[in-house]
Design a protein around this ligand. Structure first.
Ligand code: ACM
Length: 541
């Protein structure tokens, strides 16, 4: 045994001595060997256990796309030389998603604690590949044991303000997979567009999926582009995306916003409003395209007071919508929004005031809690749990709700103390629609969120006890798309900040070091070039 240890320590030197291994997120344990192993088109992928085809397929697709070759699969065969062996490896005490990765001069062995772990081992292997296309890919000998810090590692994409076609959504999901992120929060409904086909309510997409124009510049804008902007996902496309994500060990969490941010649904079905006969509010100073009469899909950004009326008509509608949503999304969580719901309409509405009295509610915040509580109850009856933005705390939390804390961390802290699960997503650290440098050359919503701030984020607030911290299941960055209208801008806004986020979500807080991260990021920049994506620079710190 002593001899074996001596051989092992001679064969491995510490990671810091070998600059060429630059893995992000930083693995829990990494030892670097002296030699290399070379992957060539004759290297086999050997599946030591059945059911690991998705992991092998992801690696092969990546090789094909960026290096121009694929590897043959050898199912159930004994690992010979020149193989990449995929299998299971029970890693005691590790979190789900843990894996081991060994590279020696014969080949590669990846052992996942579960199927996702095998997939994460593949992502790490991808980062060992040289960033230059070649048919001979020399990778460093390493010994890695790795495990995620947080169970929930998320990214949100808003497709309401700007619609992104299926191919862009799939690319976004690929980027998540490459960063070991396991939840894609898909913000599907907004004031400016309803993006998911609901068969029972076809006008949601026929009417709600289109706006007649978009303001130019920051609200209220310097004009209107006078261009129809339409788009939605058919249910077949939704299923395709959910499967595409599942093949990458990513859960898609749909967000169906309520009671606010509902102008597009109201434009399609005016009776959802407490004031169906009143025309849509056009914000002061906004130049409008097309008709101003009746209910319209919003053309400017912001928060609007024409929200869902808590009527039986609305509840029937939302339950019908959720019936179709739960058929499409196997996710345990359904996000119901809950943020930025002005109470003006409810204050003005006789119906709402009577409802507050009849239900013995305190005020309009109580009415919002009643609204969310009913939806929660319905979704719970379908075996699902809700996530809501932190405003759902106001007026009292629904019993089983998970809180997404976005207006800072206070909502999350409060929810954790109330023993509710929390996902941290504060504007100050993880709003990727904010500027990443002080002088952006294209319009962004505002704010300033440089790479270093994202990197240094710790989602576990120090004021919580270790017991309370258990309720923080993870964190997420949000990409709101008021000023992100195409895939190139989307890439620029997420890179490299999402790469920093991946380390926030995956690596131990004590292992994080910004200077060391920047060294590793230099290699990641070469990988971005290989992927041909747009990205920001480090700068402005
Ligand atoms: C939000 O940014 N309104 C959740």
């Amino acid at each position: 045994m002593k001899k074996l240890l001596a051989i092992m320590s001679a064969a491995f030197v510490t990671a810091s001595a070998m600059a060429q291994v630059n893995i992000i997120p930083k693995p829990a344990s990494l030892q670097v060997g002296n030699g290399t192993f070379t992957i060539t088109p004759s290297t086999k992928i050997s599946l030591s256990t059945a059911g690991l085809n998705r992991q092998a397929a992801f690696f092969n697709d990546y090789l094909q796309k960026f290096y121009g070759f694929k590897l043959p699969l050898a199912q159930g065969s004994k690992a010979g030389k020149n193989s990449i062996v995929l299998g299971y490896n029970k890693l005691n005490g590790s979190k789900p998603g843990a894996y081991s990765l060994e590279v020696n001069n014969h080949g590669v062995t990846i052992g996942g604690d579960n199927a996702a772990g095998v997939f994460y081992g593949i992502q790490t292997l991808i980062q060992l590949l040289p960033a230059q296309p070649s048919k001979e890919l020399a990778i460093q000998q390493v010994s890695i044991v790795d495990s995620p810090r947080f169970a929930y590692r998320g990214m949100m994409l808003d497709v309401g303000r700007h619609f992104f076609p299926v191919k862009d959504v799939k690319k976004f999901i690929d980027f998540l997979a490459l960063h070991k992120i396991n939840n894609f929060h898909w913000h599907l409904t907004e004031d400016q567009g309803w993006r998911i086909e609901i068969k029972k309510y076809p006008k949601l997409t026929q009417v709600g999926g289109c706006r007649n124009g978009t303001i130019i510049g920051h609200h209220p804008g310097t004009g209107n582009d006078d261009t129809k902007d339409c788009g939605y996902y058919t249910q077949a496309q939704v299923k395709e995306i959910v499967k595409y994500a599942a093949d990458r060990f990513i859960t898609v969490i749909p967000e169906i916003e309520l009671p606010g941010h509902s102008s597009a649904a109201i434009a399609a079905y005016p009776k959802l409003s407490c004031f169906p006969d009143e025309p849509t509010e056009i914000a002061k100073g906004v130049t409008w395209a097309g008709p101003k009469t009746g209910k319209q899909v919003q053309q400017s950004w912001g928060v609007y007071s024409d929200v869902y009326c808590p009527s039986e008509y609305t509840f029937k509608f939302l339950q019908d919508v959720m019936d179709e949503v739960v058929q499409l999304f196997p996710s345990k969580y359904i996000h119901i929004g809950g943020d930025e719901c002005p109470k003006d309409a409810w204050k003005k509405s006789e119906f709402c005031q009577k409802l507050i009295k009849d239900k013995n509610l305190k005020d309009e915040h109580g009415l919002q809690s009643y609204f969310i509580g009913r939806i929660e109850k319905y979704l719970n009856s379908k075996g699902r749990n809700i996530i809501g933005w932190d405003e759902i705390l106001e007026g009292g939390l629904a019993p089983n709700a998970t809180v997404m804390s976005w207006r800072g961390e206070q909502g999350g802290i409060e929810a954790a103390r109330q023993k509710h699960k929390v996902i941290m997503t504060p504007t100050t650290y993880v709003y990727f629609d904010y500027a990443q440098k002080k002088n952006e050359d294209s319009l962004v919503i505002g704010g300033y969120l440089p790479l270093k701030t994202v990197y240094n984020y710790n989602p576990l607030p120090a004021e919580l006890t270790p017991e309370e911290q258990q309720y923080i299941i993870g964190a997420q960055a949000n990409v709101w798309t008021e000023y992100i209208a195409n895939a190139g801008k989307l890439q620029y806004m997420i890179f490299p900040r999402m790469t920093a986020l991946s380390e926030v979500l995956w690596s131990k807080q004590d292992d994080k070091n910004y200077e060391d991260f920047k060294t590793r990021l230099a290699e990641q920049f070469k990988r971005y070039d290989l992927w041909k994506v747009k990205y920001g620079q480090i700068g402005d710190e």
